[in-house]
Design a protein around this ligand. Structure first.
Ligand code: AMP
Ligand code: GLY
Length: 420
């Protein structure tokens, strides 16, 4: 039996689960820990995603052949390496390769070495505090300060005043983001429009998945606090052939070449966060996984059997695969709990709308209460995804779903795609 275990429990994982489940090459899908949405199409497994030993026992007793990893943390902590001498395949990079996401200074040195366009930067620790302060005092504004390690998406500060930057730099080195900011990256600010490119690779060959644009701020017009993502659009209208060619030649090919030359074991997704400045692409960050909320508009556009693509990563036959992509536009609008990303309540019953053609509802923060009612269990609750010939038509359907999915204190941005 080809059983698959998918790790994670958000909207990204529900969207991945839906595709994996369509595959004739998947017998039983398990999702750990999953949510109320994945429970409708797979079996949820309640294990800690960082408890690799329990995950392994589960895999052995349930004839799991492949583990697909959604979030970064298990990858950065070495889930790939943990399963290396077993016959269970893990779709994701090794611990060392996951440093491309897990350490921003590692990623920046990698990009410098392989000539990949990115912001100029330097990194500092407590030991090099003095050099850091002097570097900052001569830096142009605004200035970007990044915690080197994983900081749950909160480790980046963009500051347009030298005194504030100096203070924040010192706070970070003194542990503002714990271990993650023991090293701080000081970076040039890039002014442009962001987009996300996704690659599936075995470390030598690769296929390019649909690109997307996500919306991170809580408020309309991209204002207010950062969130885990308020919506996404795929494809990205300004990502034209010229820009695609530049990204392929200057970023993707060089990244794969670097992975090969560094001898990194990388069998999984690379998410390249890019910014377009004067029609030139610059890398803002690497992630060693798919994006959330991008996956909720990227995966519904993949028409090929994703499990065959995953198998090709392990068989070394990725170059013989082609990927069919729905040419239509997918839009995804997130419904969040009122108050998020600050204080919010959970446990609100959710009422779902009638189904609507070419739409999908992906659960993120949902669970079943003791009466088997689907209730909210997080800040980001539901992604409303729709496919249509144009972005406007797709958004119209996403917003119809958004309006008709009901829970107390629901909030969503009504301007997803506004800048496209
Ligand atoms: P990251 O955690 O690296 O994804 O950074 C979070 C966000 O900060 C990015 O999505 C960008 O919006 C912004 N950002 C990061 N680095 C830069 C940069 N060098 N210039 C401008 N904006 C940046
Ligand atoms: N959409 C940004 C991320 O997944 O990190």
């Amino acid at each position: 039996m080809d059983n698959i275990l998918l790790i994670g429990g958000g909207g990204r994982e529900h969207a991945m689960a839906a595709k994996i489940n369509e595959s004739p090459n998947c017998d039983q899908l398990y999702v750990c820990p999953g949510n109320a949405g994945t429970a409708q199409l797979a079996v949820n497994v309640s294990l800690n995603i960082l408890d690799f030993s329990s995950i392994k026992s589960f895999c052995v007793s349930h004839a799991i052949k492949m583990i697909v990893v959604g979030p970064e943390q298990p990858l950065v902590e070495g889930i790939y390496d943990y399963f290396e001498d077993s016959d269970i395949e893990v779709l994701g990079p090794s611990k060392k390769a996951a440093q491309l996401e897990g350490s921003k200074s590692y990623a920046n040195q990698f990009m410098a070495k392989y000539g990949i366009p990115t912001a100029s930067s330097k990194h500092f620790t407590k030991e090099s505090l003095k050099e850091g302060l002097s570097y900052i005092s001569n830096h142009s504004l605004p200035i970007v300060l990044k915690a080197d390690g994983l900081a749950a998406g909160k480790g980046v500060l963009i500051i347009d005043n030298l005194d504030e930057a100096t203070e924040a730099f010192q706070e970070m080195l003194s542990g503002k983001f714990g271990e993650a900011s023991k090293t701080v990256v000081v970076e040039q600010f890039l002014d442009g429009i962001e987009f996300s490119v996704f690659v599936l690779t075995d470390g030598e060959k690769y296929i390019i998945l649909p690109e997307a644009k996500d919306y991170k701020r809580i408020g309309e017009g991209d204002v207010g606090l950062n969130t885990g993502g308020m919506g996404s659009i795929s494809p990205v209208p300004f990502y034209d052939e010229t820009l695609q060619e530049k990204v392929k030649n200057q970023v993707i090919d060089k990244t794969i070449e670097g992975i090969k030359k560094e001898g990194l074991d990388y069998k999984g997704f690379i998410f390249i966060g890019l910014i377009k400045v004067d029609n030139e692409p610059y890398v803002i960050e690497y992630n060693c996984r798919m994006g959330d909320p991008e996956t909720e508009s990227v995966f519904p556009r993949i028409q090929s059997d994703v499990v065959s693509l995953f198998n090709a990563v392990f068989d070394g036959t990725l170059d013989k695969q082609s990927i069919q992509i729905d040419p239509r536009t997918a839009s995804s609008v997130f419904l969040v709990s009122g108050g998020y990303p600050e204080k919010y309540e959970k446990g609100k019953a959710i009422r779902f709308p009638d189904s609507l053609e070419d739409t999908q509802i992906f659960h993120a923060g949902t669970t079943l209460d003791q009466n088997n009612t689907i209730v909210t269990s997080g800040g980001r609750v539901i992604a409303c995804t729709a496919l249509a010939e144009s972005m406007e038509q797709a958004l119209q359907k996403s917003y119809k779903l958004a309006e008709n999915t009901r829970f107390e204190h629901k909030y969503y941005r009504k301007d997803i795609g506004f800048d496209l």
